[in-house]
Design a protein around this ligand. Structure first.
Ligand code: PPS
Length: 570
C-alpha cells in the first residue's frame, strides 16, 4: 500500500528511452485506440489504475468479472480491456509487441500481447453491470461498439495523450500527491462528479470536508460520461465559477480523464481506488452513485444505496474512507441547505428541491432557475450551452416510398420555416444528396445505409450549430434511421415524419415513371417493388397524403414542431 505522500508507480519509460522506443515502435503493427481506450490507457500509464500494469490478461479478466479480483487476489472491480476487431486480432501473435496510437496516429505506448481471447460479453454484462440489458450504456457499448476480441498484456508508456483544453487543470496522480504534500494537506476528501455543481453540491462537499476535517478535491470526470450529459467544456467553466464560493485555500479542482461505465456499486469501488491512487484519504459516495438510469423495464438498475454498501464492505482494502452523501434540501424559512434526514421540524418548514429532470425542463423552456438552487454564474454558462428549445437546432427527417410526397412536403416546410426566420434552414432532399454527397452510390443495402449515415452526419452538424436540417430520403431501414437519430439527438431534437403514402398509391401516381421501369425489371432493387421498406413504428408524426393538400401536410409538421417547443407559436 502506498502512503498518500509517496509516488505511485507509473508505466512510463524515461524521456530518452521514450524517444528511442518511439522510433522503434514505428515499425510495429499499430492499433488505433478508440476514445474510451485512450482514457483507459492514460490512467493505466499515469498510475491512476494502479496496480494494473497493462490491459487485463484473460486470467485477470475472468477474476475481475467473476469476483472483482485480479488473479493475484488484489481488489479490482472493472475490466480494463483492449477490444479489437477479429480481423486485427487474426494478425497478432502472442508475444508480439504492438504500437498503441491515438486518433491522430501519435504513438502513446507499446503493448506486449500475452493474451488474446473472445470474451463472453453477456456474462461480462451480467456480472459487471448487473444485467445483459442494452438500456445500460456500458452494456450497449460492450455489444455494439467494442470489438469482438480482447488483447491483454503489459503496457510500456511513451507519452501522455495530448490534451489541448484546460491543460493547467489536469493532474496525474503523482502531480496531485505532490500538490497535497506541498500544501501540507494530510487529509483530502475527493468529490467525483459528471454534472454541473449547484448550491446543494457545494454545501454537501463543504460539509463533508468539514466533518472529516479535511481539504477538498473537486475531481470531475472529463473523459467520457453518460451519453447526454452536459459537455465537459461547459461543466469546467461552471466548476471554476463554483470554486470561488469555497473558503480560500480549502479546496482545489483537478480534471480526471476517466471513461465512466455507469456501473453503480462496482463503479464506486473503482472510483475509490482511483482516488486513493491520486492521494486522497476520503471519498464521497452519494445516493445512486454512477447510476445508469432506468433499465428496459423502466426500473433502476441498482438500489439507491447499493454503491455505498459495496464500498463499505471493501473500504479497508480500497484504503480510502467513505463519506456518505447527505441528501441536501433547501429550507426556505432558514434560507439554507440542510441534510434532509436531519430536519427535526420538517412539517413546519418549507422544503424546496429541483430535480435534474425539472432543471433540464426549465433550461429547455427558458424558465427561471432560482438563486437558492444554483449560482447565477453557473446558470449563465448552462444557458449559453443549452439555449431554450425554440432557439436550438433540430432535424426533421422524412421517410417514405419514392413518390410518396416527401420532397414536396419538405420543400413546403422549408419555405414556411424560412418565412418564420430565426434559424438557417437546409434541405437535404434525396435527389440533392445523391447529386452532391453520394454521387458514387447505388441502391444496395450497404450503399443506402452509407447514404443515410452521410445525411445524418451533415444533419447532426447543422443541428449542433443551431440550424434546421430537413432530410427527405427513402431511408428504408429501421436500424439506420435509429443510428441517425442517435447521432442527432446528442445536439438537438430529431423529428421523424413518416410520409405514409401506400405503395399502391405511389405506383398509381408514378410521377417520375420509375415504378413502371421497376415493374419491367429495368430498375433493380426498387424500394417497395423489389427491395424492402421497414415501416417506422416510433415516428414522431405520420402524415397521410391521400386526399390531403401539401400545404396541410406541411402544416401538420409545423404543429408538431410547435408542440415539441421547437418553434414558438407566434
Ligand atoms: S435511400 O434508400 O434512402 O438511400 O434512397 P434515396 O437517397 O432517398 O434515393 C431515392 C431516389 O432515387 C430514385 N431511385 C430509387 N429509389 C429507390 N430504389 C431504387 N432502386 C431507385 N433507383 C433510383 C428515386 O427517384 C428516389 O427518389 P424519391 O425522391 O424518393 O422519389
Amino acid at each position: 500500500m502506498h502512503s498518500t505522500h509517496t509516488p505511485i508507480p507509473e508505466l512510463y519509460v524515461s524521456y530518452d528511452s521514450a524517444q528511442k522506443l518511439k522510433v522503434e515502435a514505428a515499425d510495429l503493427t499499430s492499433h488505433d485506440l478508440t476514445p474510451r481506450q485512450i482514457c483507459d490507457l492514460e490512467l493505466l500509464m499515469n498510475g491512476g489504475f494502479n496496480p494494473l500494469k497493462g490491459f487485463l490478461s484473460e486470467e485477470d479478466y475472468n477474476g475481475v468479472v467473476e469476483n472483482m479480483r485480479l488473479a493475484d487476489g488484489q481488489l479490482w472491480p472493472m475490466p480494463i480491456t483492449l477490444d479489437v476487431t477479429e480481423d486485427f486480432a487474426s494478425k497478432i501473435e502472442l508475444g508480439q509487441d504492438i504500437a498503441l496510437r491515438d486518433q491522430e496516429g501519435v504513438i502513446l505506448a507499446t503493448m506486449t500481447v500475452t493474451d488474446k481471447w473472445e470474451p463472453n460479453k453477456s456474462r461480462e454484462a451480467e456480472k459487471v453491470f448487473g444485467a445483459d440489458d442494452l438500456a445500460h450504456p456500458a452494456v450497449n457499448y460492450l455489444h455494439n461498439t467494442a470489438g469482438k476480441i480482447y488483447l491483454g498484456g503489459p503496457v510500456t508508456g511513451i507519452q501522455q495523450p495530448v490534451h489541448y483544453d484546460f491543460r493547467g487543470r489536469r493532474d496525474t496522480p503523482n502531480e496531485l500527491r505532490a500538490y497535497f504534500r506541498k500544501m501540507g494537506w494530510r487529509k483530502v476528501v475527493a468529490f467525483q462528479t459528471r454534472n454541473p455543481l449547484h448550491r446543494a453540491h457545494q454545501e454537501l462537499t463543504f460539509r463533508a470536508a468539514r466533518e472529516a476535517q479535511a481539504n477538498l478535491l473537486i475531481h470531475p470526470v472529463v473523459g467520457m460520461t453518460k451519453p447526454g450529459d452536459v459537455d465537459h467544456f461547459t461543466r469546467v467553466r461552471c466548476y471554476e465559477a463554483v470554486l470561488d464560493k469555497y473558503p480560500a485555500a480549502t479546496t482545489t479542482m483537478s480534471l480526471l480523464n476517466l471513461a465512466m461505465r455507469m456501473a453503480g456499486p462496482r463503479e464506486a469501488v473503482w472510483h475509490g481506488l482511483i482516488r486513493k491512487n491520486h492521494g486522497c484519504t476520503h471519498f464521497i459516495v452519494g445516493r445512486d452513485h454512477a447510476g445508469p438510469g432506468k433499465n428496459s423495464a423502466g426500473e433502476d438498475f441498482y438500489g439507491p444505496y447499493d454503491a455505498q454498501d459495496l464500498f463499505r464492505e471493501h473500504q479497508s482494502e480500497i484504503g480510502i474512507e467513505m463519506v456518505d452523501f447527505k441528501h441536501m434540501v433547501y429550507v426556505q424559512e432558514r434560507a439554507q441547505y440542510e441534510p434532509a434526514d436531519e430536519i427535526a421540524d420538517k412539517d413546519d418548514v418549507t422544503i424546496l428541491n429541483i430535480s435534474g429532470t425539472e432543471l433540464r425542463r426549465r433550461l429547455a423552456e427558458g424558465l427561471e432557475i432560482p438563486e437558492w438552487f444554483s449560482f447565477p454564474e453557473v446558470v449563465t454558462e448552462l444557458r449559453k450551452t443549452k439555449p431554450p428549445r425554440s432557439k436550438q437546432g433540430f432535424t426533421v427527417f422524412f421517410t417514405g416510398f419514392s413518390g410518396s410526397g416527401k420532397s414536396t412536403i419538405a420543400n413546403a416546410l422549408m419555405v414556411k420555416l424560412m418565412e418564420m426566420g430565426g434559424r438557417p434552414v437546409t434541405l437535404l432532399d434525396g435527389d440533392i444528396v445523391r447529386k452532391n454527397l453520394s454521387s458514387e452510390l447505388g441502391f444496395s443495402k450497404e450503399h443506402r445505409d452509407l447514404n443515410i449515415r452521410r445525411i445524418g452526419y451533415v444533419a447532426s452538424e447543422i443541428t449542433k450549430n443551431g440550424g434546421i436540417a430537413i432530410c427527405a430520403p427513402i431511408a428504408p431501414y429501421t436500424a439506420t434511421r435509429r443510428a441517425v437519430r442517435e447521432d442527432i439527438e446528442q445536439y438537438g431534437a430529431f423529428v421523424e415524419v413518416h410520409v405514409a403514402t401506400t405503395i399502391e398509391e405511389c405506383e398509381r401516381r408514378d410521377r417520375k415513371g420509375l415504378y413502371k421501369l421497376a415493374r419491367e425489371g429495368k430498375i433493380k432493387e426498387f424500394t417497395g417493388i423489389s427491395d424492402p421498406y421497414e415501416t417506422p413504428t416510433n415516428a414522431e408524426l405520420v402524415v397521410e397524403t391521400e386526399n390531403v393538400e401539401v400545404d396541410n401536410c406541411a402544416h401538420q409538421v409545423l404543429l408538431k414542431l410547435e408542440s415539441m417547443g421547437l418553434i414558438s407559436g407566434k
